[in-house]
Ligand binder design. Structure first.
Ligand SMILES: Cc1cc2nc3c(=O)[nH]c(=O)nc-3n(C[C@H](O)[C@H](O)[C@H](O)COP(=O)(O)O)c2cc1C
Length: 209
């Protein structure tokens, strides 16, 4: 019997009306279900060109012609103000998505703490930066892949509201030795992903079919 046939019909489910949950429970259940999520550590320029850094795991490839990446930003906790990243990308029209390597669990978590707009999480946490080639916003040293992005659109979704930031990739940087003919070696890349709450996962077994 196939694996699909063997599991059909026997499984019992808890069926949940998301609208009946509190916002906190909706957040918990959605971010616990859609896992693992890659993490976009976004650098953007704030007032006086301070380098803001914040992680976003509601993150996706939207198109390849051209290369468009997007991430969704909720409102600041306890208010309807936008997070610094949204304010910055709207002001400057650019940002960098730095992919997160294994070993950055603690700093990523720390970078997500709420700081005033004039505080640079990048400086505060001691990240080293590298200049970008096509935009002013710097990249993070130690990240193995970075995307320099020009802002394409900011779309609003939901009641909160959430700002979905879409960037066009104008330059991509890949650590030496990670690619062969545009194929990235996932084991050497070893990106970190987020699961629920303060938990992260590393790349596990690779199943090739
Ligand atoms: C791993 C991780 C992923 C996160 N993903 C998101 C996300 O997708 N959307 C969001 O609004 N906040 C997300 N957060 C929370 C933001 O990082 C946090 O609100 C941060 O303070 C925003 O910074 P900013 O005000 O400098 O933009 C995440 C936090 C962590 C630790």
């Amino acid at each position: 019997m196939s694996t699909l046939a063997a599991t059909a019909g026997e499984q019992q489910f808890d069926s949940i009306d998301l609208a009946a949950l509190s916002r906190a429970d909706r957040y918990k259940i959605l971010t616990g279900a859609v896992i693992p999520r890659p993490i976009a550590f976004v650098t953007s320029l704030g007032p006086n060109n301070i380098v803001n850094g914040a992680p976003f795991s509601q993150f996706v490839i939207l198109a390849v012609d051209p290369g468009l990446l997007g991430f969704s930003v909720g409102p600041r906790t306890g208010s309807e103000d936008v997070k610094d990243t949204v304010a910055n990308v709207k002001d400057n029209g650019e940002f960098v998505i730095n992919m997160v390597p294994e070993g950055w669990e603690v700093v990523v978590q720390q970078a997500s703490e709420d700081h005033p707009r004039h505080v640079s999480e990048v400086d505060l946490l001691g990240f080293r930066t590298l200049p970008s080639r096509r935009i002013k916003t710097p990249r993070l040293a130690g990240s193995k892949i970075q995307f320099e992005c020009k802002l394409e659109q900011v779309l609003q979704f939901g009641d909160a509201p959430n700002n979905f930031v879409v960037g066009r990739v104008v330059e991509m940087h890949i650590a030496e030795g990670l690619t062969n003919n545009c194929k990235i070696d996932p084991q050497a890349y070893a990106p970190l992903a987020r699961i629920g709450g303060r938990s992260y996962v590393r790349l596990g077994d690779i199943v090739a079919v």
